[in-house]
Structures are given as structure tokens and as C-alpha cells.
Ligand binder design. Structure first.
Ligand code: GDP
Ligand code: MG
Length: 137
């Protein structure tokens, strides 16, 4: 397994607000190479499967509804120390706590509609990348 890759999604609110270009630009400026890229709309079933790890959390049903509400952009990214560096680039889950210069600080609207996803481990990057691309991560 490569450890220099991570997985991201640009979430429905950011896609709807025409921020695909701005976010991909921040990703590239942050030193990441875009290895795979796909725009797709998740069914509620697929969104529920992706976030199955959160199914006991109180916001799960809202999250599934939100993530299937419109198109998302999924991507595999490459960079040294990709998982940790990408989490730094996106910022805190709640944009109220996100650092200046992060993607969520610039584009997130709320703790739920927070513009982007970033994998939290090499293992999850692999699983999440395969969920969309069935290929190498
Ligand atoms: P992340 O790894 O920073 O994306 O955060 P988590 O893995 O904890 O949560 C997954 C996603 O669920 C977040 O990115 C948000 O879209 C959503 N989420 C997290 N916490 C909350 C919450 O307290 N309320 C709501 N409505 N959504 C949340
Ligand atoms: Mg997470």
C-alpha cells in the first residue's frame, strides 16, 4: 500500500456554489498531485455505505441526506505525508475552529456542510479511494 496518497471529496454545498476550481486550486497549490478525479452524485444508499463508520452518531441520517443531495467530486491525491498534510490543509471539522488559510475556513458553511472530506488514516484512504476508483491508492 502506498502511504503517500489520500482521498478527498468536494461536498455538495461546495460543488453547488461553484467552488470546484477554487478548492482544486488550493489542493494543487498545497503540493498535492491529482491522481484520479470524478464528479458523481451519490444515492442515499451509497452515501450511507461511505459513512457507515458514523452510523451510530446522531447526525448520521442528516449527513447521508446532505451527501446525496447533489453532485460531489471525488479525488485521489498524492504527496509525501499525504494523509496528515491534507488534514492540515482542510482544517477543523467545524469551520468555526478552522485555521486561516485552510480550505474549510475559506469554503465551509457549517459543521455539516464543511466543503471537503479528507481521509483520517492510510488504511481509510485506501478503502475510500477504492470505493470510487476500484484502483490503486
Ligand atoms: P471529518 O473527518 O473532519 O470530516 O469529521 P468526522 O469524520 O467527525 O465527521 C464526518 C462528517 O460528518 C463531517 O465532515 C461533517 O460533514 C459531518 N459532521 C461531523 N460532526 C457533525 C455534527 O456534529 N453535526 C452534523 N450535522 N454533521 C456533522
Ligand atoms: Mg472523518
Amino acid at each position: 500500500m502506498a502511504t503517500n496518497r489520500t482521498f478527498t471529496m468536494i461536498k455538495p454545498d461546495a460543488v453547488a456554489d461553484n467552488h470546484i476550481g477554487g478548492i482544486l486550486s488550493m489542493i494543487e497549490q498545497g503540493g498535492f498531485r491529482i491522481v484520479e478525479l470524478q464528479k458523481v452524485t451519490l444515492t442515499p444508499e451509497r452515501a450511507g455505505e461511505f459513512y457507515a463508520v458514523h452510523k451510530e452518531r446522531p447526525f448520521y441520517n442528516d449527513l447521508v441526506k446532505y451527501m446525496s443531495s447533489g453532485p460531489i467530486v471525488a479525488a485521489i491525491l498524492e504527496k509525501d505525508n499525504a494523509v496528515a498534510d491534507f488534514r492540515t490543509l482542510i482544517g477543523a471539522t467545524n469551520p468555526a475552529n478552522a485555521e486561516e488559510g485552510t480550505i474549510r475556513k475559506k469554503y465551509a458553511k457549517s459543521i455539516e456542510a464543511n466543503a471537503v472530506h479528507g481521509s483520517d488514516s492510510d488504511e481509510n484512504a485506501q478503502i475510500e479511494g477504492e470505493f470510487y476508483f476500484k484502483s490503486q491508492i
